[in-house]
Design a protein around this ligand. Structure first.
Ligand SMILES: N[C@@H](CCC(=O)N[C@@H](CS)C(=O)NCC(=O)O)C(=O)O
Length: 213
């Protein structure tokens, strides 16, 4: 049984969604970022960064959402959410997971927490830079999707990349130019949003916006 420390509508959503899609037993432990629960001494023992998500796997905490998704895909390899080691799509899978975690997530962090890069006085400038970065990222992903032979980030295969990418695209929903403004991303998301597992997660987290477009 997995335990997922989560807060609605945050980075834990991709892990919640993948656990649901995999159909494995898990329990949710609310760690409400609105009340600062992620900074409690007990939670910091699990996740020293004081952020959600944390997944308890065989009694031990695993942090970093991309790592959690990759681990789950590997532990439940029969579901095919990770190309096998040596498979032709493996390199693209690794590349997109790391790009989303390394480049896209930090840009969102700067958008949502613009005081972090250089203090309150530079918040406005930091948010403007983050917006420009994110729009460049959507340009790149839109072109990538247009070039795929199938409907997913890795073409025909649904993979952990789609869970992370979709969650991040959702985060742009209240930005001046959300990811849905890019036509290939909009088509991609229409399909991802129809997945019963994502709709179930939205209902369980009490989220009503975005899922119906
Ligand atoms: N690098 C972390 C980032 C997670 C993250 O930034 N989580 C946000 C919610 S989306 C959070 O917990 N924010 C509360 C805080 O920073 O205090 C990961 O990939 O899991």
């Amino acid at each position: 049984m997995y335990e997922l420390y989560y807060s609605p509508s945050t980075a834990s959503l991709a892990a919640h969604w993948m656990l649901t899609e995999l159909g494995v037993p898990f329990e949710l432990v609310l760690t409400d970022t609105a009340t600062g629960a992620q900074k409690s001494p007990d939670y910091l023992k699990l996740n020293p960064s004081g952020v959600v998500p944390t997944l308890i796997v065989d009694g031990a905490p695993v942090c970093e959402v991309a790592a959690i998704l990759m681990l789950l895909a590997e532990r439940h390899a029969e579901k095919g959410l990770a190309p096998a080691v040596g498979a032709p799509e493996r390199a693209a899978w690794l590349q997109w997971m790391v790009y989303l975690a390394n480049t896209v997530m930090p840009a969102f962090r700067a958008w949502f927490y613009p005081h972090e890069p250089a203090g309150e006085a530079a918040s406005e400038a930091a948010a403007a830079v983050a917006r420009t970065r994110l729009e460049g990222i959507w340009d790149r992903i839109d072109a990538h999707l247009a070039a795929q032979a199938g409907p997913h980030m890795l073409g025909e295969r649904l993979s952990a990349v789609d869970f992370l990418a979709t969650m991040l695209m959702r985060w742009s929903r209240n930005m001046p130019k959300p990811a849905t403004a890019w036509p290939n991303i909009a088509r991609y998301l229409a399909r991802m949003r129809a997945m019963p597992s994502l709709r179930e997660v939205h209902a369980r987290e009490g989220l009503t916006d975005w899922i119906d477009g």
